[in-house]
Design a protein around this ligand. Structure first.
Ligand SMILES: *[C@@H]1O[C@H](CO)[C@@H](O)[C@H](O)[C@H]1NC(C)=O
Ligand SMILES: *[C@@H]1O[C@H](CO)[C@@H](O)[C@H](O)[C@H]1NC(C)=O
Ligand SMILES: *[C@@H]1O[C@H](CO)[C@@H](O)[C@H](O)[C@H]1NC(C)=O
Ligand SMILES: *[C@@H]1O[C@H](CO)[C@@H](O)[C@H](O)[C@H]1NC(C)=O
Ligand SMILES: *[C@H]1O[C@@H](CO)[C@H](O)[C@@H](O)[C@@H]1NC(C)=O
Length: 585
């Protein structure tokens, strides 16, 4: 289907977006940040002439060309997983956004369908932005999304399948009684978007919509008996000062007792709740774990979850606008996130594409209840090919050992490291509040005692380029006794200059009494997705090697700490290519 036909009619969108890019002062943080996506009018309707393959991923979700951002409305319906996503059909930068649509039987092989939702009506003529799917009783899917209307207001619309017998749900109808939620008095119509999946409670459906009031981030709560008429609750479900616009809120229950996922409406004794928001100001997300009080229309984060800027993150790297859904097939909750490019916008235009979705992750509550755990879906393992196995290999100070025999540019590595003692570990300085800054200070080349040790991914033969993913363990004064830093450091990832090469990092809240720590990395040409300590801390880096490309990429383990580290076990696999978004006939 040719959606450009519909889009040609909305040049107003371009002008509007130029107007709404707002630079504003963020209170005490004193940093001016541009809100939302940067707009490049000269590129946004410039179709790719060709697609460059050097940095394209082998097994991550991406369309054949052009720009993608937020994952939208994931769900399972009649045997198929559906993933929609924000997509520019006309260029490799943000613009002309539609809901692109793909389906999969296994979350690994994907088939592309025509866009499901695109601007056609007064309530979405200037944009079809992010939203969620809810499967109503009787297996009736419904999508809620943000439309930009004729007045350039953000409103919430619904869409239903045109033919519910079609398992691919190719066509969607946007009824004329839209919008069903408008900002109303007191709500900023330029900051009101990204409706959640609905949950059912006490005779009502409930949803959240992200917003802000001055510098306070807000999740407005709405209720409805029929999914069509919605009433705003007296106060937001939750809000937090100085966090700015809350994009893509996600609110869901997790089990206190096991790793199974729960339907979004689950409530009761064995249940905690999670609220995640994407901060437009920082372009990072954070989540809290807490208690939902449906009678009071309130959510209260636990006192162990920092609520704001320094909160827990699903991922400490390029990971944004994420969304979970309940997978009834395997009783699990799955998480999708968007990993944007880190190169220059001109490079995106040249390569003809920008943005990927991360590998879907199973997500559940850690048994001690203070954080979530994440792990790549087990289906990914069907792509594993050639395997290399190692065990009981010592890594002395300054050593690096190559893992040979796999395609290092497209691989899955799973390793368990051990150390004999933490007695000599460096002292942690309590002024080191920010993990990313600390990684910047103590990179893989800064000698330590227990660490730095880990993997050198997407490395060139003589290490002119490499992206180290590693741990460094400190002694701490508090009751935890130690502090573990995990880094995914892009600073040496590419000889190319002028690209964003951050030293992403997070702390790992892990019990080290068994003297071991694990690391898994999914390496895929321009992305390294890493899971520390069984998924306690996750970091995604986007990198653009110039030498460590394709067959020239290598993988090493390394240790730059004085204490010898042992590789207890290591498995690495070449990863095969799935079917990635070929059109479904
Ligand atoms: C609805 O979908 C079913 C299953 O794909 C198909 O057989 C039927 O022809 C479709 N109906 C219409 C009106 O398109
Ligand atoms: C409403 O939101 C827009 C976009 O974030 C912002 O530019 C504007 O200042 C806000 N208006 C008020 C009154 O807060
Ligand atoms: C945190 O809350 C728990 C109860 O949920 C309470 O036992 C504990 O004392 C609180 N801690 C602090 C520091 O407030
Ligand atoms: C290990 O440390 C040495 C000395 O600082 C440095 O030359 C080398 O590059 C480091 N290795 C890594 C992987 O950073
Ligand atoms: C991804 O790109 C980098 C480099 O341009 C920006 O610094 C990030 O803000 C951006 N992230 C998101 C979520 O847009």
């Amino acid at each position: 289907m040719d959606v450009s036909r519909f889009l040609r009619k909305s040049p107003a969108l371009v002008f509007y977006l130029l107007l709404v890019i707002v630079a504003f002062d963020f209170g005490d943080e004193n940093c001016a940040v541009e809100a939302r996506h940067k707009v490049y009018p000269e590129y946004q309707s410039l179709p790719a002439v060709s697609v460059k393959y050097a940095h394209r991923t082998g097994y991550h979700f991406q369309p054949p060309k052009h720009w993608i951002n937020d994952p939208n409305g994931p769900m399972h319906y009649k045997g198929w997983y559906h993933l929609f996503y924000q997509y520019n059909p006309k260029g490799a930068v943000w613009g002309n956004i539609v809901w692109a649509h793909s389906v999969s039987k296994d979350l690994v092989n994907w088939r592309a369908l025509p866009p499901a939702i695109y601007p056609t009506k007064p309530f979405d003529i200037n944009g079809c932005w992010s939203g969620s799917a809810t499967v109503l009783p009787g297996n009736r899917p419904i999508i809620l999304y943000t439309g930009i209307d004729t007045k350039n207001h953000q409103v919430q619309n619904y869409a239903v399948p045109a033919n519910a017998s079609d398992p691919y749900l190719r066509e969607w109808t946007k009824p004329d009684n839209n919008p069903i939620v408008d900002p109303g008095p007191g709500v900023n119509a330029s900051a009101f978007r990204d409706p959640t999946t609905a949950w059912f409670e006490d005779g009502h459906w409930k949803i959240l919509v992200g917003s802000r009031r001055k510098h306070r981030g807000m999740a407005y709560l709405y209720r409805s008996r029929d999914f069509i008429h919605w009433t705003k609750a007296k106060h937001p479900l939750h809000s937090a000062p100085k966090t700015g616009m809350w994009e893509c809120p996600d609110f869901f229950p997790v089990s206190k007792n096991n790793a199974n996922g729960l339907d979004t409406s689950a409530l009761g004794q064995g249940v905690k709740h999670v609220l995640k928001v994407s901060l437009d100001l920082t372009r990072y997300e954070y989540y809290t774990i807490g208690t939902y009080h449906p009678d009071k229309d309130r959510y209260m984060p636990d006192n162990t979850s920092a609520d704001g800027w320094s909160g827990l993150r699903y991922d400490y790297g390029n990971f944004y606008a994420s969304k979970t859904f309940f997978d009834p097939v395997k009783n699990r909750r799955l998480l999708w996130g968007w990993a944007n490019e880190s190169d220059a916008v001109q490079s995106d235009v040249q390569k003809g594409w920008a943005g990927i979705q991360t590998i879907p992750r199973k997500i559940w509550l850690d048994s001690y209840g203070k954080q979530l755990l994440q792990w790549p879906v087990e289906e990914l393992e069907t792509l594993r090919g050639q395997n290399v196995h190692m065990s009981s290999v010592k890594l002395n100070n300054g050593e690096h050992v190559e893992i040979k025999g796999i395609t290092a540019a497209q691989a899955d590595v799973d390793v368990v490291f051990s150390f004999s003692s933490l007695d000599g570990a460096e002292q942690f300085d309590s002024s080191w509040l920010n993990a990313q800054d600390l990684c910047g200070l103590k990179g893989s080349g800064v000698p330590g005692n227990v660490g730095p040790f880990g993997l050198l991914t997407l490395a060139s033969e003589h290490l002119e380029e490499f992206t180290p993913v590693f741990f460094r363990i400190f002694k701490a004064d508090d009751q935890n006794k130690h502090k573990v830093l995990m880094c995914s450091d892009a600073r040496s990832s590419s000889l190319k200059s002028g690209i964003y090469k951050p030293s992403f990092a997070g702390f790992v809240d892990v019990d080290l009494s068994d003297g071991k720590i694990s690391l898994r990395s999914l390496i895929d040409h321009s992305v390294v997705e890493s899971f520390g300590a069984g998924g306690k801390t996750c970091i995604t880096s986007r990198v653009y090697p110039t030498l460590a490309l394709l067959g020239n990429a290598r993988l090493f383990t390394f240790n730059n700490g004085t204490q010898t580290i042992t590789i207890e076990t290591l498995d690495a696999w070449s990863m095969n290519r799935p079917v990635m978004n070929q059109a479904l006939e």
